[in-house]
Write a protein that binds this ligand. Sequence first.
Ligand SMILES: [Zn+2]
Length: 345
Amino acid sequence: MLKKVVIDPGHGGRDPGALSADRKVKEKDITLSVSLKLGDLIKRSYPDIEVIFTRKTDVFIELDKRTEIANKNKADLFISIHVNAATARAATGSETFVMGADKSSSNFEVTMLENSVIMMEGEDYATRYEGFDPNNPESYIIFTLLQNAHLEQSLEMASLVQKHFNNGPIKVSRGIKQGPLLVLWKTSMPSVLIELGFISNPLDFKILNNHANHDKFASLIFNAFKEYKQIYDKDYSNGESTALKKVIPQSESKSTQDTSLKKVRKESETHYRIQIMAVNKILRSNSPDLKGRDANYIKMGNLYKYTIGEYPTIDMAKKELGSIRKDFPQAFIILVKDGTIVPLN
Ligand SMILES: [Zn+2]
């Protein structure tokens, strides 16, 4: 059950975040306003859910401190709220980030901007973030070793946020992005970073600067949260929906409907598997995406998590991981009990 959510209003205190063209409107004020409204909506509808804010006032909080607040409280979901800025004034729209190593695209401008906050955190930032320098692209190599066990759920939440934003005051959706964002890096729960819109764009700015729209943004994120909670709670209470299933071979699928999928068996013992990917559709065993591997899947929410192997010990899984990562660089080890994924530790 989703019991605890951490809401993280971006920036604060001596870090104003992105600024409007006249420098009078600050990202930190918009993020705080939307965050507090979101928290109110959650508390009002779900009195049993604990809502924790990384800040409730205009104060400076280090990025790693924000993560720590979420981890220490064992939150089930982390929502960081930001406002975008770009040198190109035409850039417009909302986007939601999940943690990822991808620094190849235009996402990098945003991630560098959001990460550069640590330079305001004082001299010791390099040691606290393992030598990370936000402005040196080579620094981002540390993220390639990432194992994001919560990626699918983070993607689920991100896609719900973007879905609801389609009905929002800023209609342009730039979609879901993956980026090496420090504030998401070490969170031990599903986490997203929402960029509401561009303060640097005249139209977005007009919307962002109107307080009535803060209520709208908050209620759209709340709608996404509500839906996410339904999926999340179902996944964790209903073993059936997450049972391990075999990928259907092409020949069999011709004579069998998708609805009559056969479960190979309900795994009764705890074992390790290697997850190679998660997608929102059932793949055939000859799908090029599986690269000729013999895979099973576990359905969680809207996602099918594809896995390889069955290992009684984590060491045996680790032995195989290297060769599997040649085909699937994002592969990681999961623990399966009674056909469902359980936390590794
Ligand atoms: Zn920001």
